[in-house]
Every structure is written in structure tokens, then in C-alpha cells.
Write a protein that binds this ligand. Structure first.
Ligand code: NAP
Ligand code: HSE
Length: 454
């Protein structure tokens, strides 16, 4: 049935040129790409000025059920069917993780294919190696889908905003963690149930730990910081905190104080140095970033000419991500990718970095501290003394009386305490948390979150 549709589109387009494509990896994203190519051949042909002909789709397991109907003979478990077919010009590389994803991409380039990928982990880890090889072989790599799913943020930063010096960039870059936080906040869904639902919906990485521990957002931020600021930063060097430590209480207290909690990735130029970090952040409700729900992403970019620009859209999921991949396939087939690839030289190892990173201890910010403390005389003054010692000023304190809600079971003399600070440095906030933990009056560790300042 799909073969008929692909053929029909080709017949309708008469003598139109045909560019043969392959997909390696037919999971969540790959299936969406196949659907767009097979079901909307006329649409892609109109934009590409040629038929985009899906020749092969490579998977690991031929027996696995697929949620896309494929023409006979298209599915294969042998990636050599792609390497060895000289007529296949462009390949959507939609295998996750580092290996065999890296080897597959190297072999595709060596086999003369231009590549489109959604794999940000691979680019953040091996970008220079892959792009150097592509340049040496005269091939291209397009990667719009690697950051923020359906939002065309790569094209916007590297092309549409190219008249600007970018001053700052901040955003919600991980759809899974935003989905989890939304479920916990709106519906009171337990954390593990929300993670499982994000996996079921196809938002999460194969290893969802990367979504919730800040790794995925840091990998995306490293890519954006490279494009926007010329930073050459290993994603591992970006200070990052995940959402795994959050408890429903944090969302509740934040809400009482007028905030939502989001996993925020930030990049800001200060005195010629770049502040970079990923952390769960309290964001004032009824502001655009605080209202980003479910698996949506958002990015706010400030350029010196354009001022602030805000992008919002689905950051994970089958069809939004496939939308970005297919746009890249069209751009590659018509030669637009080659133009930008050659002029912008992404992940070049020959151009020196344009900025260096600021020491993370100097990062300015306001902070939320949540602790469970002994309900004894002197506890509060000992804690506030630690703030004084590290010159971090307290803005507000919430301590509820001990009751069934604050101390479930009522078996302990422990009460929750929430302290909001005025602006201080990251190093001071960390020292305060460590200092409080050393007092011996808190149960568990101190939860410390950033608070977004306007
Ligand atoms: P997925 O559902 O796990 O699909 C991965 C696919 O790769 C599967 O079809 C798998 O085959 C195939 N595969 C794995 N190893 C292979 C090998 N050695 N040879 C051939 N095929 C192989 O993953 P996904 O969610 O589509 O994500 C793919 C990439 O897109 C990842 O890099 C991810 O980070 C990125 N991404 C995902 C989203 C999203 O919302 N899901 C959004 C943006 C970017 P089998 O099916 O036979 O196991
Ligand atoms: N796992 C990723 C996310 C997919 O949830 O944002 C999109 O890159």
C-alpha cells in the first residue's frame, strides 16, 4: 500500500529527479520519518523539487512489530545494504547512543553518503571527529533534530540570527524531564510512574537516566553553545544537576511561593566569559518559560540586534522530531546543507574557541534550600549562622508546624524548612548547603535549587 503511494507520488511527479534515501534505525523517530516520506511523497517532492525515494530501512530485529507499514523489500537487518548501494545518497541516521552509532556514521560517510542525524549524544561526544571526516570526504552532516525536537533552533541560531552577537540563551531542552515535572505538578503523578509514561510515549532516551540527570540537556547545551558562542566545551564540563533529587514537596513549596520548577539550561556571556549550567530552577509562574508544559521545549535567545526571541514547540516525540529530520533530508537533497556546512564549519577543530568558560563558583543566582531539621531550640539560629558566615543573605523562611502532613507517621521530631536566598554566588550557596549538612541537625541532604532572576 505504501509502495503504491510512493510510486503514485513518483508517477505524478513525472520525469522529476529521484534522490534515494535510507533510514538506519526505525524506532520512534525513524518510523515517523518513514511515515512522512511514504505518506507525503508529494509534499516532500514539492519542497525538494525531486522525489525523495525511501530505498532501505535498517533495524536490528526484523521480527519486531513496527508502527509504520513498509513496502516489501525495504526493511533489512544488514546495514551493508546501505553502505554498498551507491545509488543511496542521503541517510537518516536514527540510532541512539554512542556505539555502534559512531561506527555506523563513520561508515556511512566513508561510503559516500550525506548524513542527517538526531543523535545529540553522539555529536556532543564525537562531533569534531565526525565533522572532520565529513569535511575531508566532501560529505555533510545535518543535525536539526538533535536539539529541541521540532523547534528549528539549530537553523535559527546558525543562520537566521547570524547578524547578531548572541548575548544569552536559556531554555527547556529535555522533553522527558519537562513531561515528568508537569505530571508531578499538575496531576500529582508519582515520579517513577511519570518516567514510565514518558518512556511509553517515546520521549525518553534508551537509558532514561540521561534525561533526568541533566546529561541530555547538557549535551544539547554544548551543541547550542558551540553554534551560538563558538564555545568548544565538553558536555561533561557543564555543571549540571538533574531532577531525580526533587520531591513532590519541592513542587508544592515552589508553587506556594509562586514558582514552577523546570530543568533549565542556561548560557550567558558575562565579561567575555561564558556561564553555562543545567539545573532544576524555580521560575516565576505566569512567565513564558514557567508555562512550558508536557514534552514541549522552549528556548529564549537574546541577540544584540534582534533583542529577545522566544521559540516554543514539541521537543520530543515521533512526529515533531521526524519533522526536523525530514526538513534536513530535503535541505541535504537540494544542496542547502552543503552551503551552510561549508560556510559555518560546525565542530571545526581548526578554528580556535571564541570564548572560555566562567568558573562555576562565580555563577550568580538566587537559591531555594529545602531541609528536614530537628525541631529543637537553636536549630534555626545555627542554620542562619551558616548563611551569615558565607555572606548569603536570606530572603524568606517557611517552617510549618509539626503535624501529619509535614512529618508523616508523626514518629519523628523532624520538620521541613524552606529558605529562599537573595542573590549570591554559586560557590557560596554550595558552601552553605555543605555547612548546614555538617551541623548535624538535618536529616538527609539539603536540596538546593536555583531560582531564576528576571
Ligand atoms: P529508538 O526508538 O530506540 O530506535 C532506535 C532504532 O535504532 C531501533 O529501530 C533499533 O532497531 C535501531 N538500531 C539500534 N542499533 C542498531 C544497529 N546496530 N543497526 C541498525 N539499527 C539499529 O530510538 P529513538 O527514540 O527513535 O531515537 C533515535 C535517536 O534520535 C536517538 O539518538 C535519540 O536521542 C534521538 N532523538 C529522539 C527523540 C525522541 O523523541 N524519541 C527526539 C529527538 C532526538 P530495533 O528497532 O530493531 O531495535
Ligand atoms: N529524550 C529526549 C528528550 C528526546 O526527552 O528531550 C529529544 O531529544
Amino acid at each position: 500500500m505504501n509502495l503504491a503511494r510512493q510510486t503514485k507520488s513518483e508517477l505524478k511527479n513525472g520525469s522529476m529527479r529521484k534522490t534515494k534515501l535510507a533510514i538506519v534505525g526505525l524506532g520512534t523517530v525513524g518510523s515517523g520519518v518513514a511515515k512522512l516520506l511514504l505518506d507525503h511523497g508529494d509534499r516532500t517532492a514539492r519542497h525538494a523539487g525531486r522525489t525523495l525515494w525511501l530505498e532501505k530501512a535498517v533495524v536490528r530485529d526484523l521480527e519486531k512489530p513496527r508502527d509504520v507499514e513498509l513496502p516489501t523489500g525495504l526493511l533489512t537487518a544488514d546495514v551493508n545494504d546501505v553502505y554498498d548501494d551507491p545509488e543511496i545518497e542521503v541517510v537518516a541516521h536514527l540510532v541512539g547512543g554512542l556505539e555502534p552509532a559512531r561506527t555506523i556514521m563513520l561508515r556511512l560517510l566513508e561510503s559516500g553518503k550525506d548524513v542527517v542525524t538526531a543523535n545529540k549524544a553522539l555529536l556532543a561526544e564525537h562531533g569534531p571527529e565526525l565533522f572532520t571526516l565529513a569535511r575531508r570526504l566532501g560529505r555533510t552532516i545535518a543535525f536539526e533534530a538533535s536539539v529541541a525536537g521540532g523547534i528549528p533552533i539549530i537553523t535559527n541560531i546558525s543562520q537566521c540570527l547570524s547578524a547578531n552577537a548572541i548575548e544569552s540563551l536559556e531554555g527547556i531542552l529535555n522533553g522527558t524531564s519537562n513531561f515528568i515535572l508537569t505530571q508531578m505538578d499538575r496531576l500529582g503523578t508519582p515520579y517513577q510512574a511519570a518516567v514510565a509514561e514518558a518512556q511509553r510515549l517515546g520521549y525518553a532516551e534508551a537509558d532514561p537516566a540521561m534525561d533526568v540527570d541533566g546529561t541530555d540537556a547538557a549535551q544539547k547545551l554544548a551543541i547550542l553553545a558551540h553554534l551560538a558562542f563558538g564555545a568548544q566545551v565538553a558536555w561533561q564540563d557543564i555543571p549540571r544537576v538533574g531532577i531525580e533529587q526533587l520531591e513532590p514537596d519541592d513542587l508544592r513549596y515552589a508553587s506556594q511561593l509562586g514558582y514552577a520548577i523546570k530543568l533549565l539550561a542556561e548560557a550567558k556571556l558575562v565579561d567575555g566569559k561564558l556561564d553555562l549550567h543545567v539545573s532544576p530552577t524555580l521560575i516565576q509562574r505566569r512567565t513564558p518559560l514557567a508555562e512550558v508544559q508536557d514534552a514541549f521545549n522552549a528556548v529564549r535567545v537574546v541577540g544584540d540586534a534582534v533583542g529577545p526571541v522566544f521559540y516554543h514547540g514539541q521537543g520530543a516525540g515521533q512526529m515533531p522530531t521526524a519533522s526536523a529530520v525530514v526538513a534536513d533530508l530535503i535541505d541535504t537533497a537540494v544542496g542547502r546543507t552543503r552551503l551552510t556546512f561549508e560556510t559555518l564549519e560546525p565542530f571545526s577543530t581548526t578554528s580556535p574557541p571564541r570564548v572560555s568558560l566562567r568558573n562555576s563558583d562565580e555563577l550568580p543566582g538566587r537559591y531555594y534550600f529545602r531541609l528536614r531539621v530537628k525541631d529543637h531550640p537553636g536549630t534555626l539560629s545555627a542554620i542562619t549562622g551558616v548563611f551569615g558566615k558565607h555572606q548569603l543573605s536570606i530572603a524568606s523562611v517557611i517552617q510549618h508546624e509539626r503535624n501529619e502532613a509535614t512529618s508523616p507517621g508523626g514518629e519523628t521530631d523532624i520538620v521541613p524548612l524552606v529558605i529562599m536566598s537573595h542573590e549570591g554566588a554559586e560557590g557560596a550557596a554550595r558552601a552553605v548547603a555543605e555547612g548546614i549538612e555538617a551541623l548535624g541537625v538535618v536529616r538527609d541532604s539539603v536540596t538546593r535549587l536555583r531560582v531564576k532572576t528576571p
